[in-house]
Design a protein around this ligand. Structure first.
Ligand code: ADP
Ligand code: MG
Length: 394
């Protein structure tokens, strides 16, 4: 068990909390503040326990001097202040006397947000490359380190692995929630345990398939990746997405797990994946040479539902069709609706899968929607995330 923010006496301590404030900003305005909201529980806990709270986060990438202005955390400080209902001291520096003095002046319960950690990337990628001196310097600004940035936990940066290696440390409530849900669902599931996999390419998901095929009772395959599996079975897939280099992998999986891997029986075919173009329902044995499969269709939706209805744990990664287009979103929508009515543990992971669930109106319908894109995928792959591995056990 990882040490947790609850395991510390925070009173009168300088507590560095690494949060994930990597929010979308357009013309200086935050277009989605979900990531800020997700961090409030940990920040509020630290405030009410008398900590001097020092927040660090990255925002976007900083490669040139011009990127700095675009990626300042100033708008985040303003929004955070509104959400907390209290003043947030924003320091537009990532090192030096001004930052150090502002930290020195903090009273118990005060909150300070330091400028974008990736400003330090301009001079030799010090943040992203986990420069040891930078990690040691940032650690010197605090007494305790709490990592609550799940979205970057799969990367070893100075602001997570670097600082944590110098300070007594623990995880925050967001990372705790992610681990409790994702880790438990995958490694200690109530059965039957069914995995739904979709998305674009098989090659992006080989690690996920390899890890989960051993643990799950069924794997339902949709999305673009279904066509490489169908091709491996000898079907004509027309101009559908084909991941040539993964064909042998798909064959091997189908040979080894013929009753576990469940493939679609029909799909929505089109001449182009766009708002234009015609489309029709087709059996998978009837895809024409010039057609592209863009979604699963009615009989597959029913087939998938029959597996889901009996499942007690369901993990879903990867949309089942090109859901960005209304006419290819039915499979994803119908399966979301079916899952919302189940009495089962339902975990949604992956950037596009999570945003489709939220945008289609299912934000509060499931056990857990993971907030990390790459980090959730790596957990599903069974990998240890460096930003979590470095945290002390209890
Ligand atoms: P996640 O971000 O949840 O891990 P992915 O990035 O793997 O998911 O997959 C999402 C992408 O897969 C979407 O852009 C979607 O349009 C695409 N996709 C799904 N089905 C198809 C399909 N049949 N053909 C082409 N692209 C597809
Ligand atoms: Mg994606």
């Amino acid at each position: 068990m990882k040490k947790n923010i609850r395991d510390f006496d925070l009173n009168n301590k300088r507590v560095i909390i690494r949060v994930d404030f990597n929010v979308p900003i357009k013309d200086g305005v935050i277009t989605d503040d979900n990531r800020i909201r997700e961090s409030l529980k940990t920040i509020n806990y630290a405030i009410s326990n008398g900590a001097k709270v020092i927040l660090m986060s990255h925002l976007g990438r900083v490669k040139t001097e011009e990127d700095k202005e675009k990626n300042t955390l100033k708008p985040v400080a303003d929004r955070l202040s509104e959400l907390l209902g209290k003043k947030v001291v924003f320091v537009g520096e990532t090192s030096g006397a001004i930052l150090e003095e502002a930290i020195y002046n903090l009273q118990n319960g005060d909150v300070l947000l330091m400028e974008n950690t990736r400003y330090e990337d301009l001079d030799g990628k010090k943040e992203s490359g986990n420069d040891p001196e930078l990690g040691a310097y940032w650690a010197s600004l605090g007494d305790i380190y709490i990592n609550d940035a799940f979205g970057t936990a799969h990367r070893a940066h100075a602001s997570n692995v670097g600082i944590a290696s110098h300070l007594d440390n623990g995880i925050g409530f967001l990372i705790e929630k992610e681990l409790d849900n994702l880790d438990k669902a995958v490694n200690d599931p109530v059965r039957p345990f069914t995995v739904i996999l979709g998305g674009a390419k098989v090659s992006d998901k080989i690690g996920v398939i390899t890890n989960l095929v051993e643990k799950a009772d069924y794997i339902l395959i949709g999305g673009g990746m279904m066509f490489t599996f169908l091709k491996a079975q000898g079907y004509e897939i027309g101009s559908s997405l084909l991941d040539e280099e993964s064909l042998d992998f798909c064959k091997e999986m189908l040979d080894k797990y013929p009753n576990k891997i469940i493939l679609p029986v029909d799909c929505v075919c089109t001449n182009e994946i766009s708002d234009n173009g015609e489309y029709r329902a087709a059996r998978i044995s009837d895809i024409h040479k010039d057609e592209i499969g863009a979604d699963i269709c009615l009989q597959t939706i029913e087939l998938f539902k029959s597996y889901l209805q009996n499942s007690k744990t369901i993990v879903w990664n990867g949309p089942l069709g090109a859901f960005e287009y209304d006419k290819f979103s039915q499979g994803t929508k119908d399966i979301l609706a079916a899952l919302a009515n189940l009495d089962a543990t339902v975990i949604i992971g992956g950037g596009d899968t999570a945003s489709s669930a939220i945008n289609f109106g299912y934000k509060d319908s499931f056990t857990h929607i993971s907030t990390g894109g790459g980090a959730s995928l790596e957990l599903l792959e069974g990998k240890e995330l460096p930003g979590i591995a470095i945290i002390n056990d209890k």
